[in-house]
Design a protein around this ligand. Structure first.
Ligand SMILES: Nc1ncnc2c1ncn2[C@@H]1O[C@H](COP(=O)(O)OP(=O)(O)O)[C@@H](O)[C@H]1O
Ligand SMILES: [Mg+2]
Length: 261
């Protein structure tokens, strides 16, 4: 059996409307970062939520030899964390308190931490993302981008095996977009984690992801390395734009969009 996260024949519906259609992903190995891309309404959030166990799904999600759908919510949440696209409104907690609270809800490795250890882990998460200056600020006074960064800190502090991040960079400035992607890729490599990240910025996806999975109308349109997957036909069929894919002077892939159809 292959090691990693696998999704087989996922079907997800809201009421009678089917959103995800018999979707299977190639096994996503430990230590890899997958970008999930596709147009608005393609079913990216629905798929991630189903993998996290937050939507009812027909199909199988496995992590190594474990069937995630057979696990209790708490057991599953220890292994798989999900950062939603629309964050809940901030509570009256400081940033530091909110990260500590996240650690208490889902302790690292399932074991409760001492107060000192909680503080240390929470601070380290803020440090990794570069937001220690926000530690004492109230959650409900943060900007959208700052909320996104804190939400990511809450998630990484819990050291999940699988991180499902739904558009974690959508409200971030250029500096933090790169910092966040570097942080996620760093954690993935250091701790052999599995990350699936929904991104709209294809250049960011091409730069940071090991695999790109492309969703269209609830079905897997393509999956593979950026240079295998990204081509003008995909942009025409999936995004309805004319695009060129070129190598820049530093040899990284760049997508240049020339117009909409
Ligand atoms: N809670 C819900 N109830 C009913 N329909 C939903 C719900 N959430 C999303 N949808 C619908 O499912 C489709 C896919 O949505 P979503 O997974 O959010 O797409 P994406 O994240 O790719 O933009 C959309 O047509 C959306 O309107
Ligand atoms: Mg979405």
């Amino acid at each position: 059996m292959s090691e990693g996260l696998s999704v087989h024949n996922a079907n997800v519906s809201y009421g009678r409307r089917q959103i995800v259609h018999d979707l299977s992903l190639p096994t996503l190995p430990h230590g890899s970062l997958t970008a999930l891309i596709g147009p608005n309404g393609a079913g990216k959030s629905t798929l991630l939520r189903a993998v996290a166990g937050l939507e009812k799904m027909h199909g199988v999600v496995r992590l190594d030899d474990l069937d995630l759908s057979a696990m209790s919510v708490a057991e599953r949440a220890r292994r798989v964390t999900y950062m939603p696209q629309n964050l809940p409104p901030g509570l009256s907690l400081s940033v530091m308190e909110s990260v500590i609270a996240a650690l208490r809800v889902t302790p690292v490795d399932g074991l409760p931490l001492s107060n000192d250890a909680c503080l240390r882990e929470a601070f380290e998460a803020l440090q990794r993302i570069g937001i220690t200056h926000l530690a004492d600020q109230w959650l409900n006074t943060l900007s959208g981008g700052q909320r996104q960064l804190v939400s990511l800190a809450q998630l990484i502090a819990r050291r999940p095996q699988v991180m499902l991040l739904d558009e974690p960079t959508s409200a971030l400035d250029l500096n933090y977009q790169l910092k966040v992607m570097e942080c996620v890729r760093g954690l993935v490599r250091e701790h052999n984690l599995i990350a699936v990240v929904v991104l709209h910025d294809i250049n960011l996806a091409a730069r940071f992801a090991d695999h790109i999975a492309v969703l269209r109308q609830g079905r897997l349109y393509a999956s593979g390395a950026a240079n295998e997957v990204l081509n003008p036909l995909l942009f025409a069929e999936v995004y309805r734009v004319r695009a060129r894919i070129e190598r820049c002077s530093e040899q990284s892939l760049q997508v240049l969009v020339d117009g909409a159809f």
